[in-house]
Design a protein around this ligand. Structure first.
Ligand code: GLU
Length: 451
């Protein structure tokens, strides 16, 4: 292997670090896919490594290694030109030991079962770590929303809701937005569900979160994941001898999470100098205004062609020297090659599972700190919990209250993660899983397994 550049301020390398390809006996016991590149194997493997380190009982390990329920549906929808298309949708309910299943709905052309299972698993871990009374779930439709008119999307979303309506509910499984879905989609889901569900005359709109503020949504929900990313950074940067105003940063993916992380981190004094999405890679060492770029992306659909920056290659984007690198796009985007290129002190995972185990191993060797997704991007589901509480108790919180409560949850989750890192002398991802699994283990110890 070539000698890799060290990060400018290396973190202390922990004693216990997961190998590039972890092999748990649970994989064979449960018949996991054998391909080491399989996302589900990689995602659950990171938890099983942590579980071994902390001595999590075998019965809890096997429960957490598989989802409880996997719903798969096919449904026809009439297109604007009169022909019908068949769509495939999913809802995976991973675990409800701590409360109702909770997690987003992804509308993307590449959505597949392994993907949804991995994301549902991550929700169980995230909700446990951030201290909300929810389990984990995830769903989605294999569809490219960019290729459909508003009217077609409305029919797809309402028909999908009809197909899964018997499996969700305000006290059972509460979806939310994810990649490709937005507040308008959530409003159609809440409206369709209200029409279908018989919940004894009660308002069932708490069946979904991330709704528009005008229809039961919470102030601060739209920016919540980005706000949580920045809250985590503010909490963790001092350990690395940094303050936000001393940081330059780059962002991979400029949708909801990337753009809000960029805007909020910039407002704290940091300078964004490189951005990438599906339309291109751009850079400006003098700074790219995150607010202005977000407005441009809303109009043009991507960062490509942004006039106040220069188009660069993928390699140059990754190699740009920054203090903070924020992946906020899809899974498995930081593999071995990208991990060798990244020239940052800390990676703040806004996306779910953006770093592969092989990539992470290289980042750790190079002394680059990774703030793991289940900690760093838990702001979205935390404010979803606040929305659900407001719906159920007929309250409306002001933005200051939402932000203050969110910050409390993020600070506490960061501190539990730090404590576990110290206790087990491990990397932050394993520490976050240990903290999450400790709460789940306590719940199983109290509940038992019946019958
Ligand atoms: N989709 C988001 C996530 O991955 C939010 C889920 C929610 O609000 O329930 O965390």
């Amino acid at each position: 292997m070539t000698t890799l550049a060290k990060a400018p301020t290396p973190m202390q390398k922990p004693k216990n670090v997961p190998p590039a390809s972890f092999n748990s006996p649970i994989f064979d016991e449960l018949g996991f896919p054998t391909d080491p590149h399989n996302l589900y194997r990689q995602t659950v493997g990171a938890m099983l490594y942590a579980a071994e380190l902390m001595g999590l009982p075998h019965r809890v390990q096997i429960i957490l290694a598989q989802p409880k329920t996997e719903i798969m549906v096919h449904f026809p929808v009439k297109m604007d030109d009169g022909h019908y298309r068949l769509f495939k949708g999913y809802r995976v309910q991973h675990n409800n030991a701590l409360g109702p299943y909770k997690g987003g709905l992804r509308f993307h052309q590449d959505v597949h079962l392994d993907d949804v299972k991995s994301l549902a698993f991550l929700m169980t871990m995230k909700c446990s770590l951030v201290g909300v009374p929810f389990g984990g779930g995830k769903g989605g439709v294999k569809v490219d929303p960019r290729k459909h008119s508003n009217a077609e999307m409305e029919r797809i979303v309402r028909r999908f809701t009809t197909a899964i309506a018997h499996g969700i509910g305000p006290d059972y499984d509460i979806p939310a937005p994810d990649v490709g879905s937005n507040a308008q989609h959530m409003a159609w889901i809440a409206d369709t569900y209200s029409f279908l569900a018989d919940v004894g005359g009660k308002d069932p709109s708490a069946v979904i979160t991330g709704k528009p503020v005008e229809y039961g949504g919470s102030l601060g929900r739209e920016k919540a994941t980005g706000q949580g990313v920045v809250d985590t950074l503010v909490e963790m940067l001092p350990e690395l001898g940094l303050k936000p105003e001393q940081c330059t940063f780059s962002v991979l993916g400029f949708g909801n999470v990337g753009s809000w992380s960029g805007k909020i981190f910039q407002d704290k004094g940091a300078k964004m100098i490189a951005v990438a999405d599906h339309t291109g890679f751009i850079k400006n060492e003098k700074g790219i205004d995150a607010h202005d770029l977000a407005t441009y992306v809303q109009k043009k659909g991507g960062v490509g062609g942004y006039p106040n920056a220069t188009a660069v290659s993928k390699e140059e984007f990754y190699k740009t020297k920054v203090e903070v690198f924020i992946p906020a796009a899809l899974e498995q985007m930081i593999q071995e090659e990208e991990a060798k290129w990244i020239n940052a002190i800390v990676i703040a995972e806004g996306a779910n599972a953006p770093t592969t185990p092989g990539g992470e191993r290289i980042l750790i060797e190079r002394g680059i700190e990774v703030l793991p997704a289940i900690l760093c991007n838990a702001g979205g589901v935390t404010v979803s919990y606040f929305e659900w509480v407001q719906n159920k108790t007929y309250q409306m919180w002001d933005l200051e209250h939402v932000d203050r409560e969110l910050n409390k949850h993020m600070v506490k989750a960061a501190s539990k993660t730090r404590d576990a890192r110290r206790k087990y002398n491990c990397d932050l991802r394993s520490a976050a899983y240990i903290a999450a699994c400790e709460r789940l283990n306590q719940a199983y110890a109290a509940r038992g397994i019946f019958p």
